[in-house]
Ligand binder design. Structure first.
Ligand SMILES: Nc1nc2c(ncn2[C@@H]2O[C@H](COP(=O)(O)OP(=O)(O)O)[C@@H](O)[C@H]2O)c(=O)[nH]1
Ligand SMILES: [Mg+2]
Length: 1120
């Protein structure tokens, strides 16, 4: 039978606390924990190896040696032994004969073997001096339900570990172990609390967790008066006996994962209690008895049903840790701010809208989690930044009155010519808010926040805009190839790469202005404003578009109904949902079908219905796909780790339980965070006033819906709001403001310099402007003019030579020579993505005036990951005009120029001397648009002598070659892949690992921008690669984050019979920090987030959440 899976919370606590906190005294552990030892290296020599003669040896560590038995001779030769570890071997039986000679043994570790029973117990009973015995992680109980009674003869035993076995009962005589201080019987199959335990009067630590059917505790538990630690996680307890309250010595009580609704009346008798874990129970009310435990330092109440916290919470003065996440708490008591010792405060997943005044006093809190609360005061963005920011906000409120500022980001997406622009205009004109046609012409937009500047659009005033050319509207199919071909595939379906060149060349450029942003005061009465982002339907904008997809926005997916045919569902709808879902897993989407006027009634109905059906189908396929993955992981988890390690052909070969649980948590997160599609397709015609009004009302009602956008009505200090307005006033048309300019505006708003920072930080977080408070140079500037910045970004996505040349040649003083030169530059740009800084300056002419502008913008572009400087010496200042920039999204040549890569273009060409390492990422649902280009920039700091192709990069890490390649999906069943490879001879293979590991980690970091993305990672078999096999075997990528298994030297590659692969070719010498297969990141400080996301669109909230969970519990299963 498979080992029972310990309940969630119990597992968490084992992992987080078991090793760290159990007060195990006595002579030191003889052996290093396998995951603490030097990874990959040989096990350290037994401590006594250098100390003959054998007979005098006192301690011997034989862990992880693959032993199937211990010969009697060994025992005979080592009769002086006091400490023996046989941990992690393959013993199926007790080495009885050897043990007979070891009468002096005081500590014996037999954990992680395959013991199914202890025989008649004689062999053990002989070890009369034994004080410490570990039998954990065996299969005890598999042969007979219990253990031999003779175990009770170990009269001097002080610590006994029987955890993770299959025991259904304990020997009757166990109560005789008068000296037993610590007993672990967790994760067995005990059907009830074993009565003999009640006689163990010396017991200080007892762990019964994970015996799921324990059900109840006896009153008699009061007898265990010396108990300090009692762990009862996941034991099916529905109530606690009063007797428990008499355990006056108890310091640590673990009761998570049970079904407790209340605590017994006398609970406050546990006056020594320091740690209480009641997470994952059914508490509907905060147990008042807890308040009478003045020594409490840690209190965990996560995942209950609490809605109110007691006002007297502050009585718990010693409290350092308070976890209240995932309850139904609406308010925090004011007194919470008096918990001055608090270091961890976890509140996420509640209903908290307002934080009490003076919250900023909790300045010692370092672990702070508040995500998933409908916060309005302080606004969500402020709360997410941490306690110091909350303090600043609250101080600011004290200075100036609060102001309400409801505004919501609205993102229009859909194919080019779907009707986004016209829809936007109709909506805005319905309000009498019209666009500035002139500025649109110039590729810019109506300046946000200054409606006074608007001019008439030039169209017939007051009526709906006339479609430019209705006859052109039916040619949707001519420009959808980019995302085509995913429609009817079984899930998970691979994607075709957005082939930008193909698309843009065949398209007319009119109307393609790229991404546009503007303010729309949709409801002046209620003051509700939308910040409307219209994305370009054109995939050439892919690299930048994903920045604009952020949580907390309302998405409108626009489809041209007259052009729609069911075969085009994927490119026109399905693809966008996949894209959005992978970036913003829980996005709120409203479907709108335009050109309704061109469709007959019946046609309209059918098409809307078809879209509706196909969305449902796609969702179902995706969910089923994920569900089956969860099932696979579950099955693997049901198996023993050892078993997994012995079958290299299985999907989860060697993957640790921890990594499997993390994987499962990720799948579950993906399953639980699907796009929220609000309605069936809303038919829309720009001609029809009623429909325009209906759509506007629909958007307003969605925005106002408290369940959908709970934090719309944020409260701001008046000064912050004024500051925002001042930054966007008409005269503030520059591209950026110096920090000093901004500070002057701050003064106008009543903000002194010292208070400006937090206001700017809020404006940055909420996507109003860009202010990189941690960037060395950029922090001196405030980029307040988003429309202009977006226009700048747009310039780098228009792949049209004519347009680019127009910009460059607009200067009348250009002579022929110069013109030719510029032609060459454009050519080079469109082919290789290369541009010198001075040409960039020309391209951005209307926006960039000074050299300073240029330098800043270039730095910004680099920071966003759009380009890298080809010739900038690392860590030296940018040298303006001489610098050349590479925009990887423009690179056209399929393969890199091979000459740059001296060792040859083809790794497999090296076959005889070297071994190959290749890590492959596969993306079965969707390959994030623009990812390769972004990654290409991101790795630049790690490599030298690079040579870029459209899909491949050759480069060196030091002297070691690396190749990064993207392979678009080939056919229906092969997903897109991205792989990172290197090679070296076997003895030097660590150099290849050293070369690829930072690149792997960089990719992992980048992929965290895509929390809803499903992908897998594999280590390809280097033997298969060497053979040139077209279909090499792949080992699970999770191995990259695991230490090399002790004692293992070779792995069998199942693809080629019984070929042996050296472990060094599968496991890196040092495990990677971030598990590659999980979007649930570990560690990021704010700065990394800043760097990797260019965060102005408030992208990372969901990730911050993940990081936290995974940081907290390496099992990561709390996610989602
Ligand atoms: N008849 C009709 N034409 C429309 C409608 N919506 C958009 N159009 C036309 O379709 C074309 C593309 O629209 P546009 O808004 O530029 O699409 P975008 O690329 O998604 O922004 C334009 O010529 C519009 O005038 C509609 O509801 N009915
Ligand atoms: Mg448009």
């Amino acid at each position: 039978m498979a080992q029972t899976e310990p309940p969630k919370a119990a597992r968490l606590w084992r992992d987080a606390a078991l090793r760290a906190r159990k007060l195990r005294g006595g002579p030191g552990e003889p052996e290093p924990e396998p995951d603490e030892g030097p990874p990959g290296g040989p096990p350290p020599p037994p401590p006594a190896a250098r100390r003959p003669p054998l007979g005098e040896l006192e301690a011997l560590n034989l862990s992880g040696r693959g032993l199937e038995e211990l010969p009697e001779e060994v025992g005979a030769a080592l009769s002086g032994l006091r400490v023996l570890s046989l941990r992690r071997n393959r013993l199926c039986r007790l080495p009885a004969a050897a043990l007979r000679h070891l009468g002096r043994l005081a500590e014996l570790d037999l954990s992680h073997n395959r013991l199914r029973g202890l025989g008649d117990g004689r062999a053990l009973a002989g070890l009369r001096g034994l004080r410490k015995l570990s039998l954990s992680h065996n299969e005890l109980g598999a042969e007979s339900p219990g253990l031999p009674p003779r175990l009770a003869e170990l009269a001097r035993l002080e610590e006994l570990d029987l955890s993770f076995n299959r025991l259904r009962r304990l020997p009757e005589g166990l109560g005789c172990l008068r000296h037993l201080r610590a007993l672990d019987i967790d994760h067995n199959l005990l059907p009830c609390f074993p009565a003999p335990l009640l006689e163990l009067a010396a017991l200080e630590e007892l762990d019964c967790s994970g015996n799921r059917h324990l059900g109840a505790l006896p009153e008699g538990i009061a007898a265990l008066r010396r108990l300090k630690i009692l762990w009862l996680s996941g034991t099916g307890l529905a109530a606690l006996p009063e007797g428990l309250c008499q355990l006056g010595a108890l310091e640590s009580l673990m009761l998570d994962g049970n079904q407790l609704r209340t605590l017994p009346a006398g609970f406050s008798g546990l006056q020594r209690l320091k740690m209480l874990n009641l997470s994952s129970n059914l508490l509907g009310e905060f147990p008042a008895a807890i308040l009478a435990l003045p020594g409490l330092e840690e209190l965990y109440l996560s995942r209950n049903q609490l809605s109110v916290l007691p006002p007297r919470l502050c009585q718990l003065r010693q409290l350092r840790t308070l976890w209240l996440d995932n309850n139904r708490i609406r308010y925090l008591p004011d007194s919470i701010v008096l918990l001055h010792s608090l270091e961890e405060l976890v509140l996420q997943g509640n209903q908290i809208a307002i934080l009490p005044e003076g919250f900023g006093q909790l300045s010692r809190v370092t672990l702070w989690k508040i995500k998933d609360n409908p916060l309005i005061q302080p606004p969500y963005e402020v709360c997410m930044k941490g306690i110091p920011y909350i303090a600043a906000y609250q101080q600011e409120l004290a200075h100036s009155q609060p102001a309400l500022k409801p505004r919501l980001k609205l993102v229009l997406m859909g194919l080019k010519d779907a009707g986004k622009t016209l829809l936007r205009r109709c909506l805005m004109e319905e309000n009498g808010q019209k666009e500035d046609a002139g500025s649109l012409e110039a590729g810019s937009v109506q300046p946000r926040g200054c409606p006074g500047q608007q001019q008439d659009s030039g169209r017939a005033a007051g009526c709906c805009p006339v479609p430019e050319d209705a006859s052109e509207q039916r040619d949707i199919c001519s420009h959808v190839p980019s995302h085509q071909g995913k429609g009817e595939r079984p899930c998970p379906a691979p994607s075709l790469p957005p082939d930008a060149s193909q698309v843009s060349s065949g398209l007319r450029l009119s109307g393609s202005k790229g991404i546009e942003v503007m303010d729309w005061t949709a409801d002046a009465e209620r003051g509700l404003t939308f910040i409307v982002y219209e994305l370009a339907g054109d995939p050439t904008y892919d690299v930048i578009q994903s920045f604009f997809l952020s949580p907390g926005a309302l998405y409108v997916l626009v489809v041209n109904l007259s052009a729609y045919v069911p075969q085009h569902f994927y490119p026109s709808v399905g693809y966008f949902l996949h894209w959005l879902g992978s970036k913003v897993p829980h996005a709120v989407v409203c479907m709108v079908g335009t050109h309704a006027d061109l469709c007959a009634e019946r046609e309209l109905e059918e098409k809307c219905l078809d879209i509706h059906h196909q969305i449902a189908q796609q969702e179902k396929r995706d969910a089923e796909g994920l569900q089956s993955l969860v099932q696979q992981v579950d099955e693997a988890l049901g198996q023993d780790f050892d078993l997994r390690c012995s079958s290299p052909h299985t999907a989860f070969y060697g993957v640790s339980d921890k990594n499997l649980r993390r994987k499962k948590a990720q799948f579950q997160y993906l399953l639980n965070h699907r796009p929220q599609i609000l309605s069936p397709v809303l038919p829309f015609s720009c001609w029809d006033h009623c429909q325009v009004r209906r759509l506007r009302d629909k958007l307003l009602s969605v925005a106002e819906h408290r369940d959908i956008f709970p934090n719309l009505h944020r409260v701001l200090p008046k000064s912050w709001q004024v500051l925002e307005e001042l930054h966007f006033q008409p005269q503030a048309q520059q591209l950026w403001l110096s920090w000093w300019d901004s500070a002057r505006l701050g003064l106008q708003a009543g903000l002194t310099e010292d208070r400006l920072q937090s206001a700017l930080s809020y404006l940055h977080e909420s996507g109003k402007l860009l202010y990189f408070e941690e960037h060395l140079t950029l922090r001196e500037y405030v980029f307040h003019n988003l429309p202009r910045l977006i226009d700048i970004l747009n310039v780098f996505c228009q792949r049209d030579a004519t347009v680019l040349l127009q910009k460059l040649l607009s200067d009348t003083h250009i002579d022929e020579l110069r013109a030719t030169q510029l032609h060459h530059y454009v050519e080079g740009f469109l082919l290789h993505g290369l541009l010198p800084a001075h040409v960039i300056r020309l391209l951005l002419k209307p926006h960039i005036q000074s050299r300073e502008d240029l330098q800043l913008i270039l730095e910004l572009l680099e920071k966003m990951g759009l380009c890298y400087c080809v010739n900038k010496p690392k860590s030296k200042p940018l040298n303006g005009a001489a610098a050349w920039y590479k925009f990887p999204c423009y690179v056209k040549n399929e393969v890199p120029h091979a000459e740059a890569w001296i060792n040859g273009a083809n790794l497999s060409g090296q076959s005889f001397v070297v071994e190959q390492l290749q890590i492959e990422y596969s993306f079965p649902f969707i390959f994030p648009p623009g990812l390769f280009a972004r990654y290409s920039v991101q790795i630049n700091s790690h490599v030298v002598q690079r040579s870029d192709g459209k899909y491949q990069i050759y480069a060196y890490r030091g002297k070691v070659p690396v190749v990064v390649s993207y392979r678009p999906a080939r056919g229906a069943l092969q997903p897109d892949t991205l792989s990172i490879a290197s090679h070296a001879s076997l003895p030097n293979i660590w150099t290849a690992w050293q070369a690829i590991t930072p690149l792997v980690e960089e990719l992992n970091v980048l992929l965290q921008e895509w929390p809803g993305l499903y992908y897998t990672v594999h280590v390809l078999c280097s033997k298969c690669l060497k053979r040139g096999s077209p279909n090499p075997h792949s080992f699970p990528g999770e191995l990259l984050s695991q230490p090399r298994p002790e004692g293992l030297t070779e792995i069998i590659c199942p693809k080629n019979g019984s070929e042996r692969v050296n472990v060094a070719l599968v496991y890196p010498p040092t495990p990677t920090v971030i598990s590659p297969c999980s979007n649930l990141a570990f560690h990021h400080d704010g700065d990394v987030l800043l760097i990797c996301v260019g965060i102005w669109w408030r992208t990372c909230q969901s990730q911050i959440n993940h990081q936290y969970w995974c940081q907290r519990f390496s099992t990561g299963e709390e996610c989602g």
